[in-house]
Design a protein around this ligand. Structure first.
Ligand code: FES
Length: 117
């Protein structure tokens, strides 16, 4: 385990450990930014003015979701057009039938933090 001096202390029991993902300014006004957080691909999404974080791998085949289009609260996979609700990760359009994980997200001092576990 590595200590993260920027995360504001040790996570307590039941507390989530937020890790810096990117600068808020790097996230498109309506769109997604693909980043890697502790080795995990994460799509940081801004939709309708809100931030969301999803696992950045389509559940249909292994391509990055962050390269897809964002509209309403949907991210659409660029390869075969599967749609996912960015709030829940639930598939809302075929061919995907399996949800993608979503992560808690917060902003602090102009940076975006996500909690992977
Ligand atoms: S890989 Fe995303 S819809 Fe097929």
């Amino acid at each position: 385990m590595t200590a993260d001096p920027g995360s504001g202390g040790e996570p307590g029991e039941g507390e989530r450990k937020f890790v810096r993902a990117c600068a808020l300014a790097d996230v498109p006004a309506e769109g997604a930014l693909g980043v890697e957080v502790e080795g995990t691909p994460v799509a940081v999404v801004r939709a309708e003015g809100e931030l969301y974080a999803l696992h950045d791998v389509c559940s249909h085949a292994e391509v990055t979701l962050s390269e897809g289009e964002v509209y309403d609260h949907t991210i659409e996979c660029w390869l075969h057009g599967s749609c996912f609700d960015v709030r829940t990760g639930a598939p809302t359009g075929p061919p995907a039938t399996v949800p993608v994980p979503v992560y808690p997200v917060k902003t602090e001092d102009g940076d975006v933090y996500v909690a992977l576990s």
